[in-house]
Design a protein around this ligand. Structure first.
Ligand SMILES: [Zn+2]
Length: 224
């Protein structure tokens, strides 16, 4: 059994048991487990899953994500803008810095290393998103479109890369994008800016998006 949410399908393990109606829980590996009384027909369970998909899918993703969390050990490899970088612990206090593909942090244990990495990533993310926001805005304006300069909110999201609230001129961007190539991040900026012109994902929306950012499909595929 399975259900789909935001274009992704989620397998569900169904077990018939003497329970009241339908019980659902997410296991420690993120798999979705449903127990249902023998008399509950499958289409009722299916409808239950679809109705609650917006809660179940992100919860499952969160658990999976946690398990996949990188280890911040000395020598660990971390994805950064589509390339692996190597984490190096320094036992002497130093600012976190990236030299080539080595990120040096002042850390004596993984928790300190994760903290230093997170601070550094957040600062890099703010700087990069600010720059891409201006660039994307300018590209639309140069092409003759009337779009606002978005106010960017950076969030840690499990189920989407970005979102746009045209009414308030706000765009939310997922900080996890920092793991992916710059082209992917640009693609999300162009996608969200196109929503200032088309609120849906219609053919007209994609026509503008692909005209504004021709490699969109290639980079979007990497994010899927
Ligand atoms: Zn969209």
């Amino acid at each position: 059994m399975e259900f789909t949410y935001e274009g992704k399908s989620y397998p569900v393990i169904l077990e018939r048991k003497r329970v009241k109606n339908i019980n659902l829980h997410i296991r420690t590996d993120g798999s979705i487990y449903v127990s249902a009384a023998p008399r509950v027909p499958e289409h009722v369970i299916q409808a239950f899953l679809e109705k609650n998909a917006a809660r179940i899918a992100p919860a499952s993703n969160r658990v999976r994500e946690k398990r996949r969390r990188p280890e911040f050990t000395d020598g660990a490899s971390l994805p950064w803008l589509g390339e692996p970088i190597t984490l190096r612990w320094s036992d002497k206090p130093c600012p976190t810095s990236l030299g080539g593909s080595t990120l040096t942090v002042f850390a004596r244990d993984p928790a300190e290393a994760e903290y230093a990495f997170t601070q550094w990533r957040n600062a890099a993310c703010i700087a990069l998103f600010r720059q891409l926001n201006t660039e994307t805005h300018d590209a639309f304006v140069s092409a003759g479109y009337s779009v606002p300069l978005a106010r960017i909110e950076i969030k840690n999201m499990t189920s989407r890369w970005g979102s746009c609230t045209a009414r308030t001129g706000r765009i939310s961007m997922n900080i996890r994008l920092m793991q992916y190539p710059l082209g992917c991040i640009r693609g999300v900026f162009f996608h969200e800016y196109t929503h200032f012109l088309h609120m849906d994902h219609s053919a007209a929306f994609y026509a503008v998006l692909r005209r504004m950012y021709p490699p969109y499909d290639r980079y979007d595929a990497l994010l899927k």
